[in-house]
Ligand binder design. Structure first.
Ligand code: MLC
Ligand code: AMP
Length: 464
């Protein structure tokens, strides 16, 4: 069973002030499952709330694919996800851009309806994620892939029902939802979701018995900058960082203040988590560990050349195995392009591997995929929306280094009387708040090569 059994009166999930024990969660979710059984898919408003957890578990109980929609999505992005996913119902309050029947979700409702466990090959979630161009694509994730990933992580981190998991990550991505909610339910450890991943909330949860803490590097860096919060984590069993590169100084500050630094793990929406450092291994900041059981990795250079595992040579990381997705929904060509001819998934990340099978991620192959605060954002989708603003004639979006966010979205624009604040709001309202440029630079012209292609490297290198 993907989520384990529903029996038990110990606390299962707390989100902010709302709490359900296992019996309560299962029977509230069963009430949802009863209403949606047989639907092709359901879209769920992915706000950080107990309702979202009940809705997702309801979909999984019913065997109906769940499509979590970013809670900060603008109208265009929400409409795209809802339409593209084939969702027949909307779980949550009605929102602009959604023209589906809404199904109520009430954590206090109870139903004893029982459902047969769907097959491991059936779809559990469809998660939307950005490519370098175009609108987000729906990554189809089977229940079996999620189970394999979660069992591998439970083993790597010695994660047991005795743990209390704490995090405040969004409930519409792999990190916060698959690891952070389904993982806790599968392992049987209570989850405390802090709604926002603030240093104060993590410190308070540590005081309340939290043992296992998840965060993106931005969260760890904010905690490291608040010594009292960092010190409060000294009693935690394990801190885990992922979704983006953890900077060395952040790990060092945490080690000094909390007495330990996070283990790192690596993954993608498409592959779930494929690499993890084990809880009992010495910490190696910047190294994201070894393959999970059932996963294989390899490095390939230009033209598919083999790259040695010498801890130094860089190649594209390719993976295959039990945790991989089933493809992008409705996009056969994009799906085929994501795999090599001999069946390995191209991550698009540049990595090194050492003789012990440890991996270090050294960057991305494309400048057009930006990681900001742990969110993956395609430069192309932001540029397309910017070009829809009447004042903008040309646009180039890049990720620039940022101490807090890892990368900060910067938009270079050519146009007439561009009002930066209006342009930022234009993106936030259509795509999502986390995809908005943090900075707008109005320029006379974009640097282009002889073919007319924008040379983004010249922008990020300061050559504008
Ligand atoms: C600002 N706001 C605006 C706005 N500008 N709203 C509308 N229009 C504008 N122009 C508001 C926002 O709505 C929000 O309001 C507030 O400003 C802050 O927004 P923010 O700047 O985005 O928040 P911030 O504090 O910077 O968030 C940092 C963060 C967040 C770390 C909490 O980036 C985060 O949660 N990251 C996690 C991403 C993640 O989970 N990635 C995993 C992907 S899976 P209000 O009212 O809401 O406060 C994956 C696989 C793997 O990668 O390996 O794990
Ligand atoms: P997403 O699809 O949002 O899950 O983003 C996946 C991308 O996040 C990967 O392709 C990597 O670029 C990045 N990523 C995830 N985990 C790590 C990590 N531990 N270190 C560096 N980059 C990471």
């Amino acid at each position: 069973m993907l989520l384990g059994s529903g029996a038990g009166d110990g606390p299962a999930v707390r989100v902010g002030d709302g709490e359900l024990d296992r019996d309560g969660l299962w029977s509230a979710a069963a009430a949802v499952a009863r209403r949606i059984a047989g639907a092709e898919a359901v879209a769920v408003h992915g706000e950080a709330s107990l309702r979202t957890v009940v809705a997702v578990v309801g979909g999984l109980l019913a065997g109906v694919p769940v499509v979590p929609v970013p809670s900060d999505a603008g109208t265009d992005e929400r409409r795209h996800i809802v339409r593209d996913s084939g969702a027949a119902l909307w779980l949550g309050d009605q929102r602009e851009g959604v023209d589906l029947p809404a199904v109520p979700v009430d954590p206090s409702e109870r139903s004893s309806a029982a459902f047969a466990e769907p097959s491991p090959g059936s779809t559990g979630l469809i998660l939307y994620t950005s490519g370098t161009t175009g609108p987000p694509k729906g990554a189809v994730l089977s229940r079996g892939a999620m189970a394999a990933c979660l069992d591998g992580l439970a083993d790597a981190w010695a994660w047991t029902p005795d743990d209390v998991l704490v995090h405040g990550l969004p409930l519409f991505h792999v990190h916060g939802l698959v690891l952070g909610v389904l993982g806790a339910l599968r392992v049987g450890s209570p989850l405390v979701h802090t709604v926002r991943p603030s240093p104060a909330a993590y410190a308070a949860a540590a005081g309340d018995g939290g043992t296992l803490f998840f965060g993106v590097p931005t969260v760890w860096s904010r905690i490291a900058r608040e010594p009292a919060a960092a010190r409060a984590l000294s009693g935690a069993r394990l801190l885990v960082s992922g979704s983006a590169a953890l900077p060395d100084p952040v790990a060092e500050d945490l080690r000094a203040l909390a007495g330990h630094s996070p283990v790192e793990r690596y993954g993608m929406t498409e592959s779930l988590i494929t690499l993890a450092a084990r809880a009992d291994a010495p910490r190696r900041t910047g190294w994201v560990g070894t393959t999970l059981p059932g996963v294989e990795s390899r490095l390939r250079g230009e033209g598919g050349a083999t790259v040695p595992s010498d801890g130094e040579a860089v190649g594209e990381l390719q993976v295959r195995g039990a945790t991989l997705f089933d493809g992008y929904r409705g996009l056969a060509e994009a799906t085929a392009a994501a795999w090599t001819e001999d069946g390995w998934f191209r991550t698009g990340d540049a990595a090194v591997r050492d003789g012990q099978g440890w991996h270090r991620i050294v960057g991305r192959m494309s400048v057009d995929l930006i990681k900001t605060g742990g969110y993956r954002v395609g430069a192309g989708e932001v540029e397309a929306v910017l070009l829809g603003h009447p004042a903008v004639r040309e646009a180039a979006v890049v990720g620039e280094p940022d101490d807090d966010l890892g990368q900060r979205i910067v938009a270079y624009l050519v146009g007439d009387a561009v009002d930066p604040a209006a342009v930022v709001d234009h993106v936030a309202a259509r795509l999502s708040v986390h995809k908005r440029p943090r900075e707008v630079r109005v320029v006379e012209a974009l640097p282009r090569n002889a073919m007319g292609k924008v040379q983004k490297k010249r922008l990020t290198d300061g050559g504008h």
